[in-house]
Design a protein around this ligand. Structure first.
Ligand code: MCN
Length: 795
């Protein structure tokens, strides 16, 4: 066998805008999504849903369903109880019924599961199950949920006057959480020269990924091994929870998360459909597939936001903020499914002091049950940062208006300054780094802020409506560190494995699970950078618990801060061993070898060097005596802190006085996510995130009527922006590396969704401010603006 050519040809490390390696298979239709997987003898499952938001179940008659040709079985809560699987722990540790038992708590709640030989027979079977209900009074408004006469929703815990996070003051009260010093904050507010108060609602929303959720349970009775194919963003955590719940040893469970057609947080929780598919397979001894319909996805899975917020901010007359106090009511629906770390029941909402140097702050969040599907789940972002950023960025504009100050000037006056980092925030975080002033100035310059203000004044004089909105948000991403972060007791960190082969190619695996974020490219770039290997010869694999190292998954922009760090440190560990091999090949001592220009060379002798490919070959064919052969490692990285990306967004809108139509004329987004691994991927993430922020600001709301009927169960009611509605995004970057991350990178995926809604709303309110408008809740539909204009006397 001839020695191969060991000269790397395509090292593409950090900062290279290479095309996504994974896209080729998606573009030619070779992706492998859950519904592409078909197993021999597979059965299909369909679910029966409740038409009522709150009702007693008097009887379930499955006899007609069982007569349908092809239908094999129907299960209800009783059968699950017999198997000891009637409830699942939500990510917040609440007990969510897999199938409704005795009563339903929200419209579309799962009542029975039907298994059949074909998808159609399963659907027909579900339609034939007859359920007799007795409707009960409904609670939709979270402010009425804990009224003395409110109907009790959760009979199972109604007498528990204490929960995981302290006392419960009503059967529909879940928890109250507070942070900061109330007394000191109230005192500072009382002494403030200027005070503003504002109520605002972040409406219930849904990520609506194009691929709905699905699961195939495959219990092999001969081997006792359960293989679960699942559209999940966190396969390892799912395996652990499955093992704990089913008592099947964890090594006998394999969770495979195939290609995912968008997650956005929707594919983090465990849903009843998943459990029923797995239970069906265990009971029936055949693989069982369940794939949601669009309506099921929009009515039962993963609802986010639903935050009803009141804020008070104090300031000096010349615009220096002094204190802020926040009270929030969180509507968590019928089961508390919030994907929040145990220590932080309101997630990272306490980032609500934002980019500003608040000396005093206090926040209280109270969560309640209502007759809606489980809420508080992730949607770009997980941990309530979206709500927090919207609250503070909207409020800074309210304050600027009160002070008659330019909103950019107010922000510049109050930013945390670069020399203040690491910055201890009044609500307990230690911000790692940032340069807010620089980023805002880049954004203002790029959009031509001062000219726009002049244009606005001229237009206003002519009676035209034009507005400019700013948002200068601070994000908080990278859950762990494990000392502070766990979900259901599972600590948060992430693993990376690198196996370098003799001929200089490598397989790299991580415990994260991308759903479109480009990890197959960016992880390869980190390894290419650190090891000097060809990026095209590095394959990245995620999503199979049998092969990938343990990790907590992909959401909350945590992958780069956690797995990205693990990948760099795994590569560095490999480099340490490689150095010993290089010294052997170069016939010098290890201390005489240095890593220069992605090669090992004899110190000060550039002509005497070896590539990593040569080292890899030697690791298997000619290892130094006494050194273990091979070149591979697994590294678990537990970050010392979160990372704090930030950004400055500026939006310009024109409003049609006749119709209320808002046109986003320009949107400049300057993001700072520290060291950039792949600028093209980051730009793609920013485009996608801004589009979701735009949808929330102007188009989307999961609304209910007074009977708890869900009013947004398909894409004609819950609107997704198409290319026609989406503005042209103008993006750019500043770079403030994270001082503690191995490559200085911070997350970026959720930043644009976190930061942009306030910029849109601020722009609209700015256009209408001279008419006395101070705030409009999202979604700002044409009708809402039209009504505001009419009530302001504009025809
Ligand atoms: N990146 C980079 N340089 C940085 C930071 C990130 O090149 N300084 C790259 C990363 O390496 C990765 C991508 O940008 O390829 C996103 O990285 P990161 O910010 O770490 O976020 P995650 O990979 O953890 O993805 C989660 C985030 C969230 S919270 C949601 S929700 C979301 C999102 O990303 N869902 C998405 N982006 C999505 N994009 C698609 N296409 N589909 C989804 O479901």
């Amino acid at each position: 066998v001839q020695t191969p050519n060991l000269e790397p040809k395509g090292i593409q490390g950090l900062g290279k805008a290479i095309k996504r390696k994974e896209d080729a298979r998606f573009i030619v239709g070779k992706g492998n999504y859950l519904d592409d997987i078909n197993l021999p003898g597979m059965l299909y499952m369909a679910l029966v849903h409740s038409p009522y938001a709150h009702a007693k179940i008097l009887n379930i008659d499955t006899s007609e369903a069982l007569k349908i040709p092809g239908v094999k079985a129907v299960i209800t809560a009783k059968d699950l109880a017999a198997a000891g699987l009637s409830w699942i722990p939500t990510l917040a540790g609440d007990k969510q019924m897999v199938l409704a038992d005795g009563k339903v708590l929200y419209q579309h709640q799962e009542v029975a599961a039907v298994y059949a030989e074909t998808r159609q027979a399963a659907a027909d079977g579900a339609a034939a199950v007859q359920v007799e209900y007795e409707p009960l009074p409904v609670v939709v408004d979270p402010y009425k949920a804990t009224a003395p006469d409110a109907p009790v929703l959760r009979e199972d815990i109604k007498d528990q006057m204490s929960g995981a996070h302290g006392p419960r003051r009503h059967p529909n009260h879940i928890w109250t959480w507070e942070v900061g010093s109330k007394d000191e904050t109230e005192k500072a507010l009382a002494q403030s020269e200027v005070r503003i108060k504002q109520h605002m609602v972040y409406p219930r929303s849904h990520p609506a990924p194009l691929e709905p959720c699905g699961c195939i349970g495959d219990m092999n009775r001969a081997t006792g091994r359960l293989t679960v194919y699942m559209t999940t963003q966190a396969p390892h955590a799912i395996r652990t929870v499955l093992s704990l719940v089913t008592k099947i040893p964890e090594n006998n469970i394999r969770v495979i998360s195939p290609d995912i057609g968008g997650g956005f947080g929707n594919k983090v929780p465990v849903y009843p459909g998943y459990v029923c598919a797995i239970v069906g397979s265990i009971v029936l001894g055949a693989p069982v597939k369940w794939v949601e319909t669009r309506t099921e996805n929009l009515t039962t899975t993963g609802f986010a936001r639903d935050f009803h917020m009141d804020i008070e901010i104090g300031a000096t007359k010349d615009g220096r903020v002094t204190a802020m106090k926040v009270y929030t009511l969180a509507d968590h629906g019928a089961f508390d499914a919030a994907a929040d770390p145990s220590k932080y029941p309101a997630g990272l909402f306490s980032i609500c002091t934002g980019s500003y140097d608040f000396q005093k702050a206090y926040a209280q969040v109270e969560a309640v049950y209502t007759n809606k599907a489980p809420g508080g789940v992730a949607y770009r972002c997980s941990f309530r940062v979206t709500e927090a950023s919207y609250l503070i960025e909207r409020s800074m504009d309210v304050l600027a208006h009160e002070l008659k100050m330019d909103p950019a000037e107010l922000r510049l006056k109050n930013f945390i300054q670069p020399h203040q980092f690491p910055y201890p925030s009044a609500l307990g975080w230690t911000y790692d780094s940032g340069d807010y002033e620089k980023t805002l100035k880049v954004a203002l310059e790029r959009i031509g802020y001062h000219e726009l203000r002049k244009e606005q004044a001229e237009k206003r004089a002519r009676g035209e409506l034009m507005g400019i909105g700013i948002s200068t948000f601070t994000e908080i991403v990278g859950a762990g560190p494990s000392k502070d972060f766990d979900i259901l007791g599972i600590k948060m960190f992430d693993g990376a494995e690198i196996r370098v082969h003799p001929t200089g190619s490598a397989i790299v695996r991580a415990g994260t699970r991308h759903q479109g974020q480009g990890h197959e490219t960016t992880w390869a770039q980190i390894v290419s950078e650190e090891l000097g290997l060809d990026v095209d010869k590095i394959i990245v694999e995620e999503g199979d618990t049998d092969t990938a190292p343990y990790g907590l998954g992909t959401y909350a922009s945590r992958s780069t801060p956690t797995a990205g760090g693990a990948m760099a440190l795994a590569a560095r560990r490999i480099r340490e061993k490689a150095k010993k091999i290089a010294a052997h090949l170069l016939e010098v001592g290890e201390n005489d070898v240095e890593w220069v220009d992605k090669k090992f060379q004899v110190k000060g002798v550039p002509g005497k060097s070896v590539t990593m490919n040569e080292v890899a070959f030697a690791a298997y064919t000619n290892p130094p005596p006494g050194l273990e052969p091979g070149l591979e490692t697994t590294y678990y990285y537990d970050p010392p802190n979160l990372t704090f990306p930030h950004g400055a967004y500026v939006c310009v809108v024109d409003i049609d006085k006749g119709t209320g139509e808002v046109k986003v004329r320009r949107f400049v987004a300057i993001d700072d996510c520290g060291t950039i691994i792949n600028p093209m991927i980051v730009e793609g993430q920013v485009h996608g995130g801004l589009t979701e922020g735009f949808a929330m600001a102007f188009m989307q709301e999961i609304a209910f009527d007074e009977q708890g009927n869900h009013l947004a169960s398909n894409f004609t009611d819950y609107l997704l922006p198409t290319a026609l509605e989406t503005p042209k995004w103008e993006t750019g970057h500043t770079v403030t590396p994270s001082p503690h991350h191995p490559i200085g990178a911070k997350g970026v995926g959720e930043s644009p969704t976190v930061g942009s809604p306030a910029a849109f709303v601020n722009a609209v309110v700015d256009a209408l401010a001279h008419l006395g408008v101070r705030h409009i809740d999202m979604p700002i539909t044409r009708e809402k603006v039209w009504r505001v204009l009419r009530s302001a006397g504009i025809d």
